[in-house]
Design a protein around this ligand. Sequence first.
Ligand code: 5AD
Ligand code: SF4
Length: 453
Amino acid sequence: MENTSQNTESLQQNNDIGQGRGVYISTYGCQMNVNDTERMYSLLEMQNFTPVEKPEDASLIIINSCSVREKPVHKVYSEVGTFRKMKEKNPSLKIGVGGCVGQQEKENLIKNQPMIDFVFGTDQIDNLPQLVAQSFEGEKRLINAKFEHRAPYHIETMVRNPGVATFVNITKGCDNFCTFCVVPYTRGREKSRPLQHILTDIRHLVKRGVKEVTLLGQNVNSYKGEEDIDFADLLAKVATETDVERIRFTTSHPKDFNQKLADTMAAHQNKVMEYIHLPFQSGNTRILEKMNRNYTREQYLEKIAMLKKTIPNVVFSTDIIVGFPGETEEEFQDTVTMVQEGGFETIFAFKYSPRPFTKAAKFEEQVDEEVKTDRLNRLFDAHDKMAFDLVKRYEGQTMQVLVENVDREHGKIQGRSTGNKLVHFLGTPDLIGKTVNVKITKAFPAVFRGELI
Ligand code: 5AD
Ligand code: SF4
């Protein structure tokens, strides 16, 4: 039952749905959700809600959920349980669920948890104030999870405190339909923002003090702007037509990473950071085919070789799934050797988790949970053995670090190297937003320690 009405227009127009009341948003999952939460807070602040740090202080609680694996979905349900108890004590409290679980479950959520006041989908964030207004008007069981298939993707970045480094959405949705992945169902069809909108957006962020942007999308390198503009063109434009100092992007699909994009990164290496998150998911070609990834092990390794040749000092990270249906021990070993051959300093590895609507969830030969756990542990062990040695070569090197924040009490600075490593060193708050040279004294796989030069 889709239940959005027009009669709340007047309420929305008075910009005072919140009447100063507190709003708390609990966020799960990926960077896309983090950005969506910022958008929700910004929209609700415009309606005179006040963001609060603790759910106990809120009159409106929103869960921005994730359904990429089963675990975060469980977390959402357990949090709903906690908030239900709060609502029992305070019946005027409103509770809404958005994000990927909202999109996926729609009315089922309210059927299972009748204390939820409203559910909204990933394409309905801009209509959130209206939904909230209806809820405070006393309407119940509100659901709006429509996809705006025809609407162009026009959004301006809404981040309350962008700081030094921030994320800018450039695409939404995904049309790749990897057989394990729920995202094409929860985020809808792939759409790109117009190039000029992105440039204007970034210029505004630069005026607010932003030095680094990460261009964000499920699959950024299939970006299609107006007049055949592709992702490489976009990258070049951001580098040459805005004053942003550093550009990153995530996530890339190996099948769409071509020589032109690598050349563009190299041509603008003063601004485009030499770090690429390039998920390979499995090191075995048969499994990759069953995953519908559209590349073989060899093709992936060729891409890595091409990128290493084109972009000096390029750093890779990757996503990996172990225990995909039918994966044998030998096929899993191909994943282990792929980590070693690729020389990944950072990996994000997950046990395969069957997701609703997806093809792989229906595949026979699902792998036992214990086998998945064992493979994941062995993969992390193999990576640990290699990664500590791999990063040793950075010790003694000088890196350019953009300072993001300072722990004022201890004078400890946190910044990022061009290769996206967190670097800690001692310094003063005036360095925030500046790029400084730091000599690395100790290198761990995920974080470096150093001294300001
Ligand atoms: N099970 C386990 N991991 C998954 N991912 C996506 N779907 C699943 C799933 N069903 C992982 C992929 C993706 C990352 C964001 O999450 O590795 O790159
Ligand atoms: Fe999911 Fe594949 Fe799309 Fe990534 S490319 S969001 S893994 S379907």
